[in-house]
Design a protein around this ligand. Structure first.
Ligand code: SF4
Length: 327
């Protein structure tokens, strides 16, 4: 069953330039993104910084309004729903943030932080909310006695556990996790990923897992959407990671360190920085960095189409890229 469906989502942010707002430049943050997520599935969204993945997360939660496109939650079009009407659905979609410390109010006790969404949504009596908070603390591997402590008394990994407890307090269906482990040590990352997996199994959670790190994304996801300059350039089953089609996805994959230290990887062909999202390149927006580009790539934008192995990919020259990548 499809839980979330997104069609041609667009979000541009105006930036400097022009008189009285005329001819102002725009940051093309999200440029026509479409996908579906099934209940209980994890969709990974990966891309370099500035590719639009965080803006996408904010759009899905209606924290910002899209310029075009539609968002359906359980088949219901929520795109232009008022915040008042959206409120009960918003309780079923929660976010886990990248920086657990910045996302926790330093003046509030941990118990109050976790209890807050329950109070805002009027769930239960004070006593019931406190009992639920203790249950949540234990679910994420903390203890009841942590209730009265402050955020600064916890390590980064523990703070992320608190953020997760808060996110699941209202029994959501969908969690959007935006770089949830990127600020943590590698040893702690594994513990938080395991916790997220356990909670998913226990509560049939659906995840949209956003990260710049393809290694982390591939560990967590059922399917992976690769974003580049506000668009999905490839969407595929995580099981088929070694057979990614798009030159950009291949470059991301080659940049992931091998698990086998004796195995040398081919140097990633990806050079230069991501172009400015204010002035997008013509044609295929990846062409300035692509080793396989031809003239047509500068002129004609490739469509996101079904390719071999069920991958959706947008590239004119899929046949030129290697069929398999050493991972
Ligand atoms: Fe490279 Fe051309 Fe494919 Fe774009 S369309 S990824 S420039 S080969």
């Amino acid at each position: 069953m499809t839980l979330l469906k997104v069609e041609n989502l667009v979000k541009h942010f105006p930036t400097g330039g022009g008189f009285f707002g005329k001819g102002r430049l725009k940051v093309h943050a999200v440029n026509g993104v479409s996908f579906e997520v099934a209940k209980g599935e994890t969709l990974g969204v990966v891309g370099e910084s500035g590719c639009g993945k965080t803006t996408l997360g904010l759009l899905l939660l209606k924290s910002i309004q899209p310029d075009a496109g539609q968002i359906f939650f359980e088949g219901q079009d929520v795109t232009r729903m008022s915040q008042r009407d959206f409120r009960p659905l918003r309780a079923r979609m929660q976010m886990v943030f990248q920086d657990p410390y910045a996302s926790l109010n330093p003046r509030m006790r941990i118990g109050e932080i976790i209890e807050e969404p329950l109070a805002i949504h009027g769930r239960g009596s004070r006593k019931e909310r406190q009992d639920r908070t203790i249950e949540l603390l234990e679910l994420v591997g903390l203890e009841a006695r942590d209730f009265n402590k402050y955020p600064h008394e916890f390590s980064g990994g523990q703070r992320q556990r608190i953020g997760i407890a808060r996110a699941i307090a209202l029994n959501p269906d969908l969690i959007i996790a935006d770089e949830p482990v990127s600020s943590l040590d590698v040893s702690i990352q594994g513990e938080i990923l395991n916790l997220l997996r356990d909670l998913q199994k226990k509560f049939q959670l659906t995840y949209i897992f956003i990260s710049h790190d393809l290694r982390v994304i591939s560990q967590m996801s059922d399917r992976i959407a690769v974003m580049y300059l506000g668009k999905i350039v490839e969407l595929f089953s995580a099981e088929d990671l070694a057979h990614v089609k798009h030159p950009y996805t291949q470059a991301l994959l080659k940049a992931v360190p091998s698990v086998d230290p004796t195995q040398k990887k081919e140097k990633a062909p990806l050079g230069g920085d991501v172009p400015s999202p204010i002035q997008l390149p013509s044609g295929c927006s990846f062409h300035p960095r692509c080793p396989y580009r031809e003239i047509v790539c500068e002129r004609t934008e490739p469509l996101l189409e079904k390719k071999e192995g069920g991958h959706l990919a947008s590239c004119h020259f899929i046949d030129k890229v290697p069929k398999e990548i050493n991972i």
